[in-house]
Design a protein around this ligand. Structure first.
Ligand SMILES: Cc1ncc(COP(=O)(O)O)c(C=O)c1O
Length: 387
């Protein structure tokens, strides 16, 4: 059977693919037709490659079994053993005293900021941070605080950034600066990360000025994979740390707010207010425990694949810039002759999903369900994609 696929390209160019003959005709205008022989069709319909986020993974068979075998109880009454196990594990892992399981990273961030601030306070954070840019204005709405936005070094705040941003408490015009919030890794900056020394410096300085410390550690284990530092060492530098189980770690749902003991009761109270108290949540917590036990050690594979993609993208003429890839997030800026929508449409023809991430930016994130086969396929398609 001969299959012909006619794809409209830009400005009237047509592509006709004859699958059985392994031939492709590209008609540029009435006079110019190019014929490619031995052309391979790459859009294998059975291989969907979803690179929009590391949140798209599905539980592995083993994780699923751990979930189904979980012992559960009513966690709002504090009676779910699997949730307790997860909370104790997270607190101990990060060298902190307490932890509270919540439905999402947005909720753990919002609760963290809420318990560390009073209405009309100000939070110092990176200008592209998730807490500011991607939580629906929750800091303003839930916590009644303003944000002092910092450029940082690829999203990382320094002592100087903090020092220059602290308002004068004695001036009633200015909001009271009360929290420094660090994102680690920084999503908008190719997953850039802090070293423990950088964190120590910022934390010690900020605390010397009476400020509290929050970390959006949605991808903290990606950061630690790169720095090869001990998670346990982090706790002492923060009052609250949000850890996501449903990103690189591959659990289906959930984040944990790790905190100092003195904040635990208030964290549980605010979780209830936000509607985040879950009943037999142990099924989800068991996935989290499984993820912490089995999926941290494989994160380096995601980083390696992301860097391989980075090296391919850097060679493509229609890509203006690839942001440095520090962990599992690949962000590239396309030539302004094209729109992200055009590129995403072309990729979708080959069953590849990516995400528009700015006016000319596209994001791809590697994860547990992105295999070497998929990497090979993605790289091949990018190399052959023409506009
Ligand atoms: C850095 C960061 N923080 C927080 C969140 C929020 O997590 P959730 O989607 O579970 O609300 C995300 C989500 O992708 C994120 O990337």
């Amino acid at each position: 059977m001969t299959l012909a696929i006619i794809t409209p390209l830009n400005s009237g160019i047509r592509e006709i693919v004859l699958e059985s003959l392994k031939m492709k005709f590209v008609i540029y205008n009435k006079l110019t037709v190019a014929i490619f022989c031995n052309f391979q069709i790459h859009n294998k319909k059975d291989m969907l490659i979803d690179l929009r986020s590391d949140t798209v993974t599905k539980p592995t068979k083993e994780m699923h079994a751990a979930m189904m075998n979980a012992e559960v109880g009513d966690d709002v009454f504090g009676e779910d053993p699997s949730v307790k196990k997860l909370e104790e594990k997270c607190a101990s892992l990060l060298g902190m005293e307490a932890a509270v399981f919540c439905p999402s990273g947005t909720m753990t961030n919002q609760i963290g900021i809420k318990v560390l601030t009073q209405p009309y306070d100000e939070v110092i954070c990176y200008k592209g941070s998730h807490i500011y840019k991607y939580e629906g204005g929750g800091m303003a709405g839930n916590c009644l605080v303003s944000a002092r936005l910092i450029e940082g070094d690829r999203g990382r705040l320094s002592v100087k950034d903090v020092e220059e941003s602290i308002n004068n408490y004695n001036d009633p015009h200015q909001p009271r600066t009360s929290v420094v919030a660090l994102e680690n890794t920084v999503v908008r900056e190719g997953g850039s990360y802090y070293t423990l020394d950088q964190i120590k410096e910022v934390s010690e300085f900020s605390r010397s000025k009476g400020l509290k410390m929050h970390m959006d550690g949605a991808r903290i284990f990606n950061a630690l994979t790169e720095t090869k530092e001990e998670a346990k060492a982090y706790g002492k530098y923060f009052d609250t740390i949000s850890v996501c189980l449903s990103k690189g770690l591959g659990a289906p749902v959930g984040s944990v707010l790790v905190c100092k003991k003195e904040f635990e009761h208030q964290v549980r109270r605010i979780r209830k207010v936000f509607g985040g108290g879950m009943r037999q949540a142990g099924y989800l917590a068991a996935a989290g425990v499984y993820a912490l036990d089995h999926h941290i050690k494989r994160l380096g594979e995601d980083h390696k694949r992301a860097r391989e993609m980075e090296s391919i993208l850097k060679k493509l003429g229609w890509i203006e810039k690839v942001k440095p890839v520090d962990s599992n997030i690949v962000i590239f800026v396309i030539d302004n002759k094209f729109t992200p929508e055009q590129v995403l449409q072309r990729l979708s023809e080959y069953n590849i999903k990516a995400l528009k991430f700015g006016p000319q930016e596209i994001r791809m994130v590697t994860h547990l369900d992105f295999t070497d086969d998929m990497l090979e396929q993605t790289n091949k398609i990018f190399k052959e994609l023409s506009f």
